[in-house]
Design a protein around this ligand. Structure first.
Ligand SMILES: [Zn+2]
Length: 292
């Protein structure tokens, strides 16, 4: 097994695009991009899931199942063994990474600097310092009513130890249903790469990145990573306003795509006749259109 067997590489109008089936295999192209740069790139990922489990935790649970021992401590020890300069080390890692552990593996081993996750499954994301203070104030068991006003943007963030920022979201932009309902899920999913939605997500990401000294996220080298399971419908991959998505494509040092065919199938909206092959073909067209 070699690293190159883990992905398909295409050069699309001068842009390196790496396609993997299982998302954790993206570790391989991320490391190759890291080798080409004088610094670790950031990651901007668009995914249905957050993908933020600790690297090797699944493997460590299996290892400690019978013998006992601290699985998290073992996982943290194993991640130190990843050397992005060394193919064998990467192959060793990829073989032992379970679902949703690849971003942590990359940020904790210096392949990536920080990761910014645009995703549909965790509305809260990394809470800001102001949101944490507000929540703590409301939970206090004192006879006094809470005093802090609800925080508003811009907010500030702690530097996460794992270097992963999960970007929060409310609902579809402009949704004012109360409470949000199933129609919201469809509206929200359909606008995942519309400019109005990505602009909101990137503004939240900018508040996070500024707290770790990244003044302009898109001005530093970044890999754009796309999991096709972020697209739940034909409309989702055919945004009306493509300007922001195309800018993200153009300015990325490289693009990685995880096809995750089973997840695409599971997560697509009712009545949608889409699959990973269709979405990949459309995405490649977008990349050509963005660069050409
Ligand atoms: Zn809503």
């Amino acid at each position: 097994m070699t690293l190159a067997q883990l992905f398909q590489h295409q050069n699309i109008c001068g842009k390196d695009v790496y396609v993997v089936d299982d998302h954790h295999r993206a570790q391989a192209p991320w490391a190759l991009v890291r080798r080409q740069l004088g610094q670790a790139p950031n990651l901007i990922t668009i995914d249905h899931h957050t993908d933020v489990y600790e690297a090797f935790l699944g493997h460590a649970h299996l290892e400690t199942w019978e013998s006992g021992g601290d699985a998290l401590a073992l996982a943290r020890e194993l991640v130190k063994g990843i050397d992005w300069r060394d193919d064998q080390s990467l192959l060793w890692a990829i073989e032992r990474l379970h679902h949703d552990e690849h971003i942590d593996a990359a940020t904790m081993s210096g392949i990536l600097n920080y990761a910014f996750c645009i995703q549909l499954s965790d509305s809260g994301g990394n809470p800001s310092i102001e949101e944490q203070a507000y929540d703590a104030d409301r939970q206090e068991q004192s006879p006094q009513p809470p005093t802090l006003p609800a925080p508003c943007r811009p907010m500030t963030y702690e530097d996460p130890e794992n270097h992963i920022f999960v970007i929060s979201h409310d609902c579809a932009i402009g949704c004012n249903r109360m409470p949000h309902n199933d129609d919201c899920v469809v509206e929200h999913g359909n606008m995942v790469i519309e400019s109005i939605y990505l602009d909101d997500q990137l503004a939240r990401g900018a508040e996070m990145s500024r707290c770790v000294g990244i003044d302009h996220l898109e001005a530093q080298p970044y890999i754009l990573d796309i999991d096709l399971d972020a697209f739940h419908s034909r409309q989702a991959i055919e945004p009306a306003d493509r300007a922001t998505f195309y800018r993200l494509i153009r300015n990325a040092v490289a693009i990685t795509v995880a096809t995750e065919a089973e997840c695409v199938d599971e997560l697509k909206f009712d009545g949608e006749a889409i699959d990973a092959d269709f979405l990949l073909a459309r995405l490649v067209e977008h990349i050509k259109a963005a660069i050409g």
